[in-house]
Design a protein. Structure first.
Length: 366
């Protein structure tokens, strides 16, 4: 049965104000069903500053940021929107999320992304601990965004409702990351700008299946198929041919400039569900790889092979910025717009398969 969506405004705390968090603050300010009551920051320089200033809204919101964790939990908000960096501190973030739900606060979070669908990735005892914490606090936890998230869970699964036969479903991100400001991700994790012989963490065996395996496993679960174990990883890294400027650190010729990777879910040895990323730091790199539609720097591409053959290119672009800006906006808004349904859900880890239809209810321009 459809979940009962709360009719009152939800009191919300935003947990961090970085690349994503500032868009979450702006989204809450624009949403008639949400009220910002607190903001957590890790940077001492941001402590005490108004949320509107931190979100660059050009005005104050009357909510001061704080580093006092206990003070924010004492506000007893309906929900926490957790947007803190999780890629390089997965276990610490999971501990934070557990503490929130144990305190009885519902949570939507952009990471760690493996919590999108953690079965087969996290140890069973950790999954049990998360579920027990949710039940103890009577709270729900939902991890999502755009990728992993809407572009490779709801969107492709909705498309499969048009299928007679599915031979393979492939979900892709094809993107120029040169304007993506996240130095830790770009240099330390991906290795852009590093020597080709370097081995960043992301390319160690098993890491891709941990980071994006949740995508493949959730699609398989939505289609009712059991995948071979383990998932297969494929990586093709290429050097930049020329000096390539990037907001996260310029890339010298000969250092890593582009990568194509896949996480493949097979059934009896045949690829059935594939996650593919083509990540460039200049639009003209490696032209033989998948490219976005003409006039776009990026897309999410869903390709379903079978009967019928289907492909959808999902593009987005910021009103005041490019696709990397709108990527942050769409990630934040997917979490915010799901909040009422997550608050209404039964306590536990809530996946995209558990939610009713999430829309932009209340956001039509007035």
């Amino acid at each position: 049965m459809p979940q009962a969506i709360p009719e009152r405004r939800l009191r919300v705390v935003v947990w961090s104000t970085g690349t994503l968090g500032r868009h979450a603050i702006a989204g809450i300010d624009a949403h008639p069903d949400l009220e910002l009551v607190g903001v957590w920051v890790s940077n001492p320089d941001k402590d005490g500053k108004d949320a509107g200033v931190l979100a660059e809204l050009g005005r104050e919101l009357g909510v001061a940021a704080t580093r006092d964790r206990d003070a924010l939990l004492a506000l007893r908000p309906d929900a926490i929107v957790h947007t803190a960096m999780a890629d390089d501190r997965v276990l610490e973030c999971i501990e934070d999320l557990i503490s929130f739900v144990e305190a009885g606060i519902d949570v939507v979070s952009s990471g760690p992304v493996l919590l999108q669908w953690p079965e087969g990735i996290l140890p069973p005892e950790m999954l049990t601990r998360i579920e027990d914490a949710c039940r103890a606090g009577g709270a729900s936890l939902h991890v999502n965004g755009i990728d992993p998230g809407f572009a490779n869970d709801v969107l492709p699964l909705v498309m499969t409702s048009l299928s007679r036969r599915i031979d393979e479903i492939r979900v892709m991100e094809v993107c120029d990351y040169s304007t993506y400001y996240q130095p830790v991700v770009m240099r330390d994790m991906f290795g852009f700008g590093q020597a080709m012989e370097s081995r960043p963490l992301l390319w160690e065996p098993g890491i891709l299946a941990m980071a994006w395996g949740s995508v493949v496993r959730q699609i398989a679960a939505g289609l009712g198929v059991v995948l071979d174990e383990p998932l297969t990883e494929e990586v093709d890294r290429r050097a930049a041919e020329v000096f390539t400027p990037s907001v996260s650190g310029d890339i010298e010729a000969g250092t890593m400039g582009a990568v194509r990777f896949q996480v493949v879910g097979k059934v009896h040895g045949t690829p059935r569900v594939v996650l593919e990323h083509v990540t460039r730091t200049a639009p003209d790199q490696v032209p033989e790889w998948e490219t976005p539609p003409a006039g776009s720097d990026a897309c999410y591409r869903i390709r379903i092979t079978g009967e019928p053959m289907m492909q959808v290119d999902f593009t987005h672009h910021g009103e005041h910025g490019d696709h990397n800006v709108s990527g942050m906006v769409t990630t934040a808004q997917r979490l915010l717009n799901a909040l009422p349904a997550v608050v209404a859900a039964e306590p536990g880890l809530v996946t995209a398969l558990d939610l009713p239809l999430v829309t932009g209810r209340g956001l039509v321009a007035r």
